[in-house]
Structure formats: structure tokens, C-alpha cells
Design a protein around this ligand. Structure first.
Ligand code: SUG
Length: 417
């Protein structure tokens, strides 16, 4: 029985605003602000609880060891000796954005009938380039069952940022879908993080049917406006594709190819004269979770910022009133993550699979969320300011906090990673 599980990254105890991602306007704007790791993690857990209560299966990935001493060691330094920029890069809690952990192709799409996952190399941003070994270790535990095939990353120099640049449309989860890989070529002043060659390699590794696989270029204007991942300007679920008018370099050609494979696809394009690219990126309208509720309705789980943006909220309400495919609007507060450019969709990795095949320690129910929330309340730092990176007591606390969370989830084998 295949179902979609959303695995959210637990926001780690080192969450801070170091402004490490050029092209990510929120992260750049908040550089140097004081973060609230405890509040951040509780917001993330509240979102998981919210979605669980909608009747949606919920999973979790645990924070990675931070600072990443192995990475610093590979750079022939250690945390106390490292220059400030390396300290910040080693400490980043960026693995919370699980949409960048891996690309996932569910079993009905693959030639061998297994669910394939390729961990993303995240090589474009230094602070994210060292996530993959620990993410891979976690994926290999969570998806150890032979129903899954977990792949090592695509090698450099081909940048891969995982599911944030990948969409799947399907009639139902157990039917073959259409997989869409969105890559960037140029982004004005900002880097295009997803390279076409990386997407093609992932599609080959996953043994996808070329007739049901599309490679689509993201528009340069979208990247230049701050859409550093496709999931900031487009989202798909079931037969519904919701996209901004300027999301793709050649939207009409893409839509034609898509309709040829899937004639009943429902493409909802948000026109720029209703919602500008700037409003889409500021509000994260598209960085929403488009989900099918147990009753069959399509709902969209949006950040508070989308409700606060008048143009975006008006468009959404007109869509619902006009009987569009999205029937329900749900709003969650993930402001701490949003301030680093990560909305509801960034925080989760979708895996369509049989939940029985997943290591149950990565699956959540409300009592397990309660237990994690207790650990967060007790251990997560209240605040991290720009001057705190040299505070040895804080660094110690970050380590203990993660260990306490791994302990309560029964995942102590990850401690040494
Ligand atoms: O890669 N922010 C992340 C946000 C990722 C959002 N993910 C998706 N769109 N799927 C990024 O830019 C900021 C970290 C800092 O500046 O400290 C950061 O890495």
C-alpha cells in the first residue's frame, strides 16, 4: 500500500542567521540577526503535528552533527582554530531543509520496482556541501529495506539540490508518474544550483522511463529574483501543477510536453499581474505543501507570510472561490526557518512508499512529537547571535542537545556520525 510520507528535518540546535546563501534573499537580509533555535524547532514540530492531524503520515530526519568536525578535519583545521567563515559553515543547521536531502523516485516509476533515493551533493554552497555524508548515513538506516535503493551523490562539478528541483505528477501514488527535473543554466547575479547533467544522472540511476521524464529549464528571471530552487516558484501534487507564470524558461513548450504525457493534468498558472515574482518569493506562496487529504480534497499548507501578503492571499481565496483544484488553505508558522529562506515545502522530503518498509524510528505519532518537544524545550539554545560562534559552552550545548534528541528517538547509532 503506497502512501506519501513527508519527512521533515528537525530544526537543529545550531540554527542561526549567518547569511551563507547568496541568491537566497531572506537569508541575506537576516544576516547577523539573532536566531531562536528552540522556538524554531518547536515551530517545525508544530507543523509536523498540524499535518499529522490532517491525517497525513509524518516522518522525521534528525539534525546532523554540528559543528561538522570531520569536515573541518578534512580542511586541516578544527573548530577553535578555524576562521569565522568556516566556523559558520561548519555550524549551519541547513539540513533542516529536507527537500534538499535527496531526490526520490517512487517504485511505480522505476524499472526495478524499487523506490530510489539519491542523496544531493549540495555542492554550490560551502555550508551545505558537507551535509551529504551524514544525510546518506541517515537515509541508509531509514530506508534499509530492499524496497528502497539509496544512491551516493552525483559527483562534482555537477550541482544537485535534490527534491527542491524535482516534481512528480501522477493519477494515484501506485501508478507510474511523470517526473519533472528542473535545472538552472544562469541566474543573473546568482548561481544556478541545479545542473542539468546532475538531474540526468539521477534519472538514469533511478532507472526512470525516458518517455515519462522531463527536463525543464528554470527561468533566469526566477533565479535572479531570488528563486534559488524551483520549489520557490512551483509545486506539484497528484494531477495538479501550481506554478508562477515566470517559473520556467519556456513554459508553453513544457506544458505541451506535459499534456502529451498526461492529458488530464491540471496546470494552475499564477499570472504575474496578480502575484509578482517578488511577492511570490517574499510570501513563499509556492513553497507550500500541496497535499491530498484523506477525504480526497487537495489542500495547500502555506506559511503565515502568504496570508500576510495581500496579493497572494487574494489570489488564493479567488482560486478557492472559483472552484479551482485547490480546495482548502491551511496556514502554519515556520517564521524562524522562513527567515533563512526555508518554507513549509523546504522543510520536508516526500517519499511515496509503503510505511511498513521504513525504519519506524523515523516515523512520528503525537506521543513521539511530545517527547521530542520536551527534549527541545530542555536542551535547544534559546538564542544564537552573531558573536556566539566562539562560545565554547554553546558549542557544547549544541552537541548535547542533538544527542538527547537521538537518544529519545532510539537513534543513538547516529551519535558518532
Ligand atoms: O539552501 N538556506 C537554505 C534554504 C533552503 C530552502 N530549501 C528549498 N527551497 N527547498 C539554502 O539557501 C541559509 C543558511 C544561512 O545563511 O545560514 C540557507 O542555507
Amino acid at each position: 500500500m503506497l502512501t506519501e510520507i513527508n519527512f521533515d528535518g528537525l530544526i537543529g540546535p545550531s540554527h542561526n542567521y549567518a547569511g551563507l546563501s547568496p541568491g537566497n534573499l531572506a537569508a541575506t537580509r537576516n544576516r547577523g540577526a539573532t536566531s531562536q533555535p528552540r522556538a524554531a524547532a518547536l515551530q517545525g514540530l508544530a507543523k509536523m503535528r498540524h499535518n499529522l492531524r490532517l491525517g497525513l503520515p509524518q516522518g522525521i530526519f534528525m539534525p546532523l552533527p554540528r559543528p561538522d568536525h570531520r569536515w573541518l578535519d578534512s580542511l586541516s583545521t578544527d573548530y577553535p582554530a578555524a576562521p569565522d567563515h568556516l566556523k559558520a559553515q561548519a555550524l549551519s543547521a541547513s539540513s533542516m531543509w529536507a527537500a534538499n536531502a535527496a531526490t526520490v523516485s517512487p517504485a511505480p516509476d522505476t524499472a526495478d520496482g524499487r523506490c530510489h533515493l539519491t542523496v544531493a551533493n549540495l555542492m554550490t554552497m560551502p555550508h551545505r556541501s558537507h551535509e551529504w555524508p551524514d544525510t546518506l548515513a541517515q537515509l541508509r538506516i531509514a530506508f534499509a529495506d530492499p524496497a528502497f535503493a539509496v544512491h551516493a551523490p552525483v559527483p562534482a562539478p555537477f550541482g544537485d539540490e535534490g527534491a527542491a528541483n524535482h516534481m512528480r505528477l501522477c493519477a494515484s501514488h501506485d501508478a507510474p508518474g511523470v517526473e519533472i527535473f528542473v535545472y538552472g543554466v544562469s541566474g543573473g547575479p546568482f548561481p544556478a544550483r541545479q545542473h542539468r547533467e546532475a538531474s540526468a544522472a539521477v534519472a538514469r540511476a533511478h532507472r526512470l522511463d525516458p518517455a515519462r521524464t522531463l527536463f525543464v529549464q528554470q527561468s533566469e528571471a526566477a533565479i535572479a529574483a531570488g528563486a534559488f530552487h524551483n520549489d520557490v516558484v512551483a509545486v506539484a501534487n497528484g494531477r495538479v501543477l501550481l506554478a508562477h507564470q515566470h517559473a520556467f524558461a519556456d513554459a508553453p513548450a513544457f506544458y505541451d510536453r506535459l499534456r502529451a504525457i498526461m492529458p488530464d493534468v491540471e496546470i494552475v498558472e499564477v499570472p504575474a499581474d496578480r502575484v509578482s515574482l517578488a511577492d511570490a518569493i517574499q510570501s513563499y506562496l509556492f513553497n507550500a505543501q500541496l497535499v491530498t487529504l484523506p477525504g480526497g480534497d487537495t489542500a495547500i499548507v502555506l506559511p503565515e507570510e502568504a496570508r500576510e501578503n495581500a496579493a497572494v492571499w487574494a489570489w488564493l481565496n479567488d482560486h478557492v472561490a472559483g472552484n479551482g483544484p485547490i480546495r482548502q488553505l491551511k496556514v502554519v508558522d515556520v517564521r524562524q526557518s522562513m527567515a533563512n529562506g526555508g518554507g513549509p515545502a523546504c522543510l520536508r522530503l516526500r517519499v511515496v512508499c509503503d510505511p511498513q518498509r521504513v525504519d519506524p524510528r523515523f516515523l512520528l505519532d503525537e506521543p513521539r512529537i511530545d517527547r521530542l518537544a520536551d527534549v527541545v524545550e530542555r536542551w535547544w539554545p534559546d538564542a544564537i547571535g552573531p558573536g556566539d560562534l566562539n562560545d565554547a559552552a554553546l558549542i557544547d550545548r549544541i552537541r548535547h542537545a542533538r544527542h538527547a534528541a537521538l537518544d529519545v528517538m532510539g537513534l543513538v547509532e547516529l551519535i558518532d556520525r
